[in-house]
Design a protein around this ligand. Structure first.
Ligand code: ARG
Length: 472
């Protein structure tokens, strides 16, 4: 029996765009790694749009008559519709560019053979890839915006919910749940901005660079750029056909987005443990165990965290692919698309899942409140001494001794002040300690970026403004 990896023993001759000088069919082992039709499919629509614009550019420089350009553009438009509707399914050739040209010739006759005048698949694929990457980047930015909006809505509702802030995963100081939620808003804001900046560089037009050295028919590249929505025209043809920085940039954006989502996911997993108990996954967002009837698992967050691994992998794949490549087109570059399709689809699904998670999880406010222990006020006790003129370093030492003493006696800081006031190191007074409270500690932090109500309210406004695109 044939193994699934067995190749057809007979090489089948196929139509290619380059076979004129070849008298024997391609070896099946080469065909197996050469064909890119499946991975090219997401390029198809962009490739036909770019081909239609190129047909018009050929009219403008006198290679085609206006009527001929018209036939090519209307045929390409019909092909786009047929592809979208499933009436035309490209097959049986090595790549999408071959499939499109073959179909154009089938529909428009010999005229279709003129579309590739002065053009190479090298400038063609780079152009279609940029258009597709730009669209995916825009879709990602929209999805990030959606998640940010959900985070912001929840933050607005939780400004009065207090809980510990953690460093080193140890209870540190009191904060507001709104502040924690917004801590995951701003990384996403940077992601959106990064995608926007990368977008500017994606839209640098390679079309009109030919295979490597430019276009000999004088196509108006500035016109092509305007027609296709590019912002600029690539200035060096050798660079233009081999530049994949834009792909690296979207992959970096995806990878960092994945890292951001994984950090939020990790906290949501942790918070849903019995040990933390800060949040609960409702039925539609939780999963169970096939064995243990008691389980309610946070798979949503775990999968978002887990899937971020492939995003880092896809970025690495592309960077290693590009490293050491000579300028201009090398066939290695055909391997640039799968990581981009994979990463953009993965991160989009993760963003949607995380949005559902953020909107649906239930917070246990009472449990958060009970986690606020006196020790979280130690910094504020030190700050109190500072306000009385003690240097911070000395104040730190004094309060640290008080905390150690309370721990030794199995008491909280406030219990120590109440039950053994004399055990407090000078000049810390029992009434100092007893006057401390979580709300007050939070309210002291009025500086921009802090936890005081006013500071968080203004942060909420800044976040709202960031979402609506202005900078209040
Ligand atoms: N399938 C190829 C790719 O994605 C198209 C360009 C082929 N160019 C060439 N010189 N063989 O890179």
């Amino acid at each position: 029996m044939d193994s699934p990896l067995t190749l057809d023993s007979d090489a089948v001759p196929r139509a290619t765009l380059w076979g004129g000088g070849f008298s024997q069919p391609m070896h099946p082992a080469l065909a197996a790694i050469s064909d890119s039709l499946i991975q090219d499919l997401p390029l198809a629509d962009a490739d036909m749009r770019a081909s239609a614009a190129y047909a018009q550019a050929l009219v403008r420089c006198g290679v085609l008559r206006a009527g001929e350009g018209e036939i090519l553009t209307t045929t390409l438009a019909a092909m786009r519709e047929d592809l979208a509707a499933g009436r035309w399914i490209p097959a049986g050739v090595e790549d999408i560019h071959t499939a499109i040209e073959a179909e154009l010739v089938r529909r428009a006759g010999e005229l279709g053979e003129r579309i590739h005048t002065g053009r190479s698949r090298n400038d063609q694929v780079a152009t279609a890839f940029r258009l597709a990457v730009c669209e995916r980047g825009d879709a990602l930015a929209d999805a990030v915006r959606g998640l940010q909006r959900s985070i912001l809505r929840r933050a607005e509702a939780e400004i009065d919910t207090l809980l510990p802030a953690y460093t080193h995963l140890q209870r540190a100081q009191p904060t507001r749940l709104a502040h924690w939620l917004l801590a995951h808003f701003w990384p996403l804001q940077r992601d959106v901005e990064r995608l926007g900046q990368a977008r500017q560089r994606v839209l640098d037009l390679p079309l009109g660079s030919g295979a490597a050295t430019g276009n000999p028919f004088g196509v108006d590249r500035a016109w092509l750029a305007r027609e296709l929505g590019f912002r600029s025209v690539a200035q060096n043809s050798l660079d233009a056909v081999g530049d994949r920085d834009f792909a690296a940039e979207i992959l970096f954006s995806c990878a960092l987005l994945g890292v951001h989502l994984s950090r939020l996911a990790e906290e949501m997993v942790l918070w849903s443990t019995a040990e933390f108990g800060f949040l609960r996954w409702p039925d539609p967002l939780a999963t169970g165990s096939s064995l243990m009837p008691n389980k309610r698992n946070p798979d949503l967050a775990e999968l978002v965290r887990g899937r971020s691994a492939s995003l880092v992998g896809d970025l690495t794949t592309l960077l290693v692919l590009l490293k050491g490549l000579p300028a201009s087109y090398q066939r290695d570059l055909q391997e640039d698309k799968p990581p981009v399709w994979r990463a953009t689809a993965t991160v989009l699904a993760s963003l949607q899942a995380m949005r559902a998670g953020i909107e649906g999880v239930e917070f246990d406010r009472e449990r958060m409140g009970r986690s606020l222990t006196d020790e979280l006020l130690a910094t504020d006790a030190a700050d109190l001494l500072v306000r009385r003129g003690v240097t911070f370093r000395k104040a730190h030492g004094i309060v640290a001794r008080a905390v150690a003493e309370a721990r030794r006696r199995g008491l909280s800081l406030r219990e120590l002040a109440r039950e053994a006031p004399d055990a407090l190191p000078e000049p810390l007074r029992p009434e100092d300690v007893l006057a401390l409270d979580f709300e007050a500690a939070i309210e002291w932090r009025t500086a921009v970026g802090g936890t005081a109500r006013a500071a968080v309210e203004s942060q909420l406004l800044q976040a709202e403004a960031a979402l609506s695109g202005d900078d209040a």
